[in-house]
Design a protein around this ligand. Structure first.
Ligand code: PRX
Length: 613
């Protein structure tokens, strides 16, 4: 483990060091991505080397996932381990002393970790967890800010065959309780700053045996253990668990329309998909300095912030600080980031921060920029072209799909506004409600032929929910609406259900409604996504106050704060409207469809089941 203020320049080599072969010039589609006149950065960057997936059509025609298994390390008898593929095998692939992790904390201090560092640290923690009785299949949760211990913990848990449970550090007590209770978590690893949120619900978690606290300075209570003391006492030699490819790797909680968040179960076999898509879509190679801005509490941060890039031997960058345009550009400049995977809301905020801020920094190291999680407006793609000299590559996937399935690949022309095409080995298309495939230009349900390696294997203890995804044989239903064009590019239209997508975060209205009605002043709540230029959607709540309670700005502020504290900072309703009553079905379900129609000033549609007495 080394501590340094600045990484050595040129340590990994930057894009500028490499020569661009003339044959691999970016092919922009049509005039929409051409650079407008009068722009200071007049370049269109060229790929420094050929794209990893050079010939899409030829690969698409012949590729099978069996072929990809050759890129993965297996143990005897077809056993495997995703964490072994991410870290341990780099020890024998000449990458032992290569930087695996550039960790920049909230005060901009940089710490570097080589693959060897992560290897030994995760071995120690793996042994420590085993000494606490953790066995294959046990659920161990990670509730930490983006500090090195988070990355070490994720690898260590997977290495010993336990199931990783990533938790977003902004979660409040309610969000934690739902996930830890449902999964019957045995251990959680956290920090002193985040632990108080857990303390509030600790007595509601009978299965939780230990709380491991990293960087603790105060006194620990019964059942709490020091991360550092465990590490010191543990051996750095560990044989990784030999897992069946179908054994669980992690449990990712995500939101649907109804009920509490559901635990999506992924397996070690997923690493095949992580590896190939990081190679094809992120276009990663071992000399890349790669920054995925998503928090590992979400699927993007786990899959493409940890497993996928490490499996390809790339160096990953993590930044503990919050979003800030200047700090983000400084980070790219300082660490010579070459590949950058971010989200539309962040890009829209960067666009708002202005072009001049871009030009104050040297972003010349960047060679490939990508975005995911919500619709990426063509305007942002064009702006990216103007200021970064690079197109922004949108791609589509979900917590359930476990890996990218549709993408604008580096070797294909980009269509701004489209999510791209099905990856090799994947068939994503658009069907009607009965599963009949629709032709180009027709709006329908976005579905995928089952069988890709990272497909969800279960919904944790909820077979019924799992089956809903496969309700028509031969298709996985994503819950999104889309259309496809003549060339097979897919265009996102919206969710087919009430799930809200705010700043790329998937939020279930039911969770927010449940948190709201916990407040004593709230009798009923109905929650919708309201279109917002910057965040895609914001959360809007319609509430009915309890008998005798008077509405006031202070009260609404208090309710907002209450929800934020209980649930999460991203999941609170920015807007609250008080109503005398909410529209409900005869069975008492709040009609969110109608709330949305109210909000948008649209006709209410079919209200035959509306109970307004
Ligand atoms: O509605 C789609 C939207 O995000 C949903 C998946 O969210 P989540 O499971 O949290 O996974 C996020 C990481 C990919 C999808 O059902 N979504 C994802 N990518 C796009 C998108 N919407 C529009 N364009 C995209 N590229």
């Amino acid at each position: 483990m080394k501590l340094a203020d600045q990484p050595k320049k040129g340590r990994q080599g930057t894009a500028a060091d490499r020569k661009a072969p003339a044959a691999t010039v970016f092919r922009a589609s049509g005039s929409s991505t051409s650079i407008p006149h009068g722009v200071r950065r007049e370049i269109i960057k060229k790929f420094p080397v050929k794209a990893n997936l050079e010939d899409y059509d030829a690969t698409y025609a012949t590729f099978t996932w069996e072929e990809a298994q050759k890129e993965i390390s297996y143990f005897a008898g077809g056993k495997m381990n995703a964490a072994y593929n991410a870290i341990d095998r780099q020890m024998h692939a000449g990458r032992r002393n290569k930087v695996a992790l550039y960790c920049v904390d909230a005060e901009n201090r940089l710490e570097l970790f080589t693959f060897q560092d992560i290897y030994y640290l995760s071995n120690r923690l793996g042994n420590a967890l085993k000494s606490l009785g953790v066995q294959k299949g046990d659920r161990v949760f990670v509730f930490m800010p983006r500090i090195p211990e988070l990355y070490v913990s994720t690898v260590a848990i997977a290495k010993i065959g336990a199931v990783v449970g990533p938790l977003f550090s902004a979660f409040g007590p309610d969000a934690l309780r739902d996930r830890l209770q449902d999964s019957e978590a045995k251990i959680i690893i956290t920090t002193p700053e985040l632990k108080p949120k857990l303390d509030e619900i600790r007595d509601q978690l009978p299965d939780l045996e230990y709380v491991i606290v990293a960087r603790n300075e105060g006194k620990l209570k019964r059942g709490e253990l020091s991360y550092e003391e465990l590490m010191v006492g543990a051996s750095e030699q560990l044989t990784p668990a030999h897992m069946d490819p179908e054994d669980p790797l992690y449990l990712l909680y995500t939101s649907g329309t109804t009920g509490k968040p559901k635990g999506v179960v992924h397996v070690h076999n997923d690493i095949i998909g992580h590896h190939m898509t990081s190679k094809w879509v992120l276009d990663l190679r071992e000399d890349d300095v790669y920054w995925c801005t998503a928090d590992p509490g979400w699927v993007t941060g786990t899959v493409y912030g940890i497993f996928g890039p490490w499996s390809n031997g790339a160096s990953i960058v993590t930044y503990e600080g919050r979003f800030d345009a200047r700090s983000w550009y400084q980070l790219i400049d300082r660490l010579h980031v070459t590949v950058w995977y971010t989200a539309p809301t962040a890009l829209r905020m960067l666009m708002k921060a202005g072009d001049e801020l871009v030009y104050e920094h040297s972003l010349d190291s960047l060679r490939h920029v990508l975005s995911v999680g919500e619709p990426l407006n063509p305007e942002v793609v064009r702006w990216g072209m103007k200021v970064y000299g690079l197109p922004i590559h949108d791609n589509w996937w979900q917590t359930e799909t476990g890996m990218m399935l549709v993408a604008n690949l580096p070797g294909l022309p980009i269509k701004p506004g489209s999510m791209g095409k099905s990856l090799p080995g994947v068939y994503a298309t658009v069907v009607d409600d009965d599963g009949n495939e629709l032709g180009p230009g027709q709006l329908g349900r976005l579905v995928v032929r089952p069988g890709w390696p990272a497909q969800l294997r279960q919904v944790w203890r909820n077979e019924e929910k799992f089956k809903e995804y496969f309700r028509i044989p031969g298709w996985y239903f994503s819950g999104d609406n889309a259309w496809r064009d003549e060339e097979g590019y897919l265009w996102f239209v919206g969710r087919a259900d009430d799930v809200i997508n705010t700043a790329g975060h998937r939020v279930g209205p039911f969770e927010v409604e449940s948190a709201l009605v916990e407040h004593p002043a709230v009798a009923e709540a109905g929650v919708i996504g309201k279109p917002d230029e910057e965040r895609g959607e914001i959360i809007k709540a319609f509430i009915v106050l309890a008998n005798g309670v008077e509405s006031s700005d202070d009260l609404l502020d208090e309710i907002r704060e209450f929800t934020k504290r209980q649930l999460a900072a991203h999941a609170y309703p920015r807007e609250i409207e008080v109503r005398d009553a909410l529209p409900k079905t005869r069975s008492g379900k709040i009609m969110r469809r109608l709330l949305k129609a109210w909000e948008l000033g649209l006709p209410a549609g079919d209200t035959s089941s509306l109970d307004d007495d």
